[in-house]
Design a protein. Structure first.
Length: 211
């Protein structure tokens, strides 16, 4: 008797799964194609806006708290998924950035475009050190010029020159984009050229992800 009851329940369960699958197909279309996944490191001086940008891209609503050590996020884009490791940017932690470089496929360097001159100088020195590291040689780079909503925000040209990017990055695919981290569309479009560079460099079949 119990066996018949179990069989009926099982049949009901399969029917429900079948009906749900049909419903999804009809109303939401076929499942999205697999997207390639790439690992990237996100660095920059404390307060540049790294956590904020990543949280906005992941649609997280929680309040941003200073990053202790590092954090890892899977950031979904239309045509790829970035597995991003954000490393804290305090003076103490910057010494350890290089320990996280191995195995990374791309670099995201976030700069507060409205920071003071001293902070900008430190940012450009840290940028130079990171970019020259052998583990990061030839990797696609995105420089995110954040906080462009601030009145003291510098232009892309100013930061490109201050960081000497044209000379330092002649051997890699790179892009520099403005970003207002509080706006998801602004943050998302800033990543576009970077994702395209990643797809160009590693192809479309780099690990299969479906988030
Ligand atoms: N006005 C403004 N504030 C920002 C922007 N991006 C980040 N912030 C703020 O700057 C502070 C530091 O940001 P956080 O993401 O923690 O910086 P991190 O240390 O680089 O991770 C936070 O209070 C953010 O809300 C931006 O584009 N505009
Ligand atoms: Mg942070």
């Amino acid at each position: 008797m119990t066996t018949v009851r179990e069989c009926v329940l099982l049949a009901f369960a399969f029917c429900r799964i079948g009906l749900y699958t049909c419903y999804r197909r009809i109303f939401y279309g076929p499942p999205p194609p697999p997207r390639p996944g790439f690992s990237a490191i996100c660095i920059g001086i404390t307060g540049a806006g790294k956590s904020k940008v990543l949280a906005v891209l992941c649609s997280e609503k929680d309040e941003i708290i200073p990053t202790q050590g590092f954090s890892i996020k899977d950031v979904p884009f239309e045509n790829a998924i970035l597995h991003v490791k954000e490393i804290g940017g305090s003076e103490m932690l910057r010494k350890y950035w290089k320990k996280y470089y191995r195995g990374v496929q791309g670099i995201i360097f976030v700069v507060d475009s409205s920071c003071d001159e001293d902070t900008l100088k430190i940012a450009s020195e840290e940028f130079c050190k990171a970019i020259m590291d052998p583990d990061l040689a030839g990797l696609p780079l995105l420089v995110l010029l954040n906080s462009i909503d601030q009145s003291k925000a510098r232009s892309i040209e100013e930061i490109t020159n201050a960081f000497n990017i044209n000379e330092l990055c002649s051997e890699r695919k790179w892009s520099i984009r403005n970003c207002y981290a509080c706006d998801a569309d602004s943050a998302r479009s800033a990543f576009k050229p970077f994702i395209e560079n990643m797809l160009e460099q590693y192809g479309h079949s780099n690990d299969n992800n479906r988030l």
